[in-house]
Design a protein around this ligand. Structure first.
Ligand code: NI
Ligand code: MN
Length: 227
């Protein structure tokens, strides 16, 4: 299976399996780093890690335009349904389900999750995706935690980790996360969107190379990675 992953800046990714377009944490229209707008992105499924606006801002309009199914925790799925999303899958932490594109498990994240209108979004999460024989871990906004070791046990082809610091783990803790997860490749996100989360991606990549066995990938917004 050939999978193409595009980073749209911040925590927004498009994972294209060739058959399905999986949009992760859509934040485009108000994202200063995004190279496209929400009206120009494709989606069959929209995966949402938590309720913060920098992860969910464009989910409702994209779901309405494309008819995409959203995948999130239960409380966020109820909120999306109330906002007019027709197909909302509401899971919870530790659970997995088979969807047309593959298997998705919702993982722990240590963070908060209030929705844009102030509604509590319940527990934030991440996703473990099994797309045919490819395993991808999307940490979501989170601190470092030891159970990442368990999330890497089946082998990860790619891990997507925040490195921005301030709101999530920073570069140093992301190195520890990589040591626990042991992915083949790693992509940083949630950095350089605004001044508080400015980071040096080249320095981070050098640290990944010298301290872990993972290959760092640092696309520019709009850049692609192939698996
Ligand atoms: Ni957040
Ligand atoms: Mn965030």
């Amino acid at each position: 299976m050939s999978i193409e992953i595009t980073w749209f800046g911040h925590a927004t990714f498009l994972i294209d399996t060739g058959k399905y377009a999986l949009l992760i944490d859509p934040f485009l229209d108000d994202n200063p780093a995004a190279p496209i707008k929400s009206g120009d992105v494709k989606a069959d499924f929209i995966l949402i890690t938590h309720g913060h606006s920098d992860h969910i801002a464009d989910a409702v309009k994209i779901a309405k335009r494309t008819g995409a199914t959203t995948v999130s925790n239960f409380e966020i799925s109820q909120w999306l349904t109330k906002e007019g999303v027709k197909n909302a899958v509401g899971m919870n932490i530790g659970g997995a389900t088979n969807l047309p594109f593959g298997r998705v498990k919702m993982t722990i994240a240590h963070h908060t999750s209030t929705l844009p209108d102030g509604t509590p979004g319940s527990s934030p999460g991440g996703f473990l995706l099994t797309l045919d024989d490819v395993n991808i871990y999307i940490a979501g906004d989170t601190a470092l935690f030891g159970d990442m070791q368990l999330y890497g046990r089946d082998g990860l082809d790619l891990a997507i980790l925040p490195i921005g610091d301030f709101y999530t783990m920073g570069p140093e803790d992301s190195i520890e996360a990589i040591k626990l997860l042991k992915p083949k490749r790693v992509v940083p996100c949630h950095y350089n969107t605004w001044p508080p989360i400015a980071q040096d991606a080249k320095a981070w990549a050098a640290a990944v190379r010298s301290q872990t066995s993972a290959i760092p990938e640092t696309p520019e917004p709009g850049g692609k990675i192939k698996i």
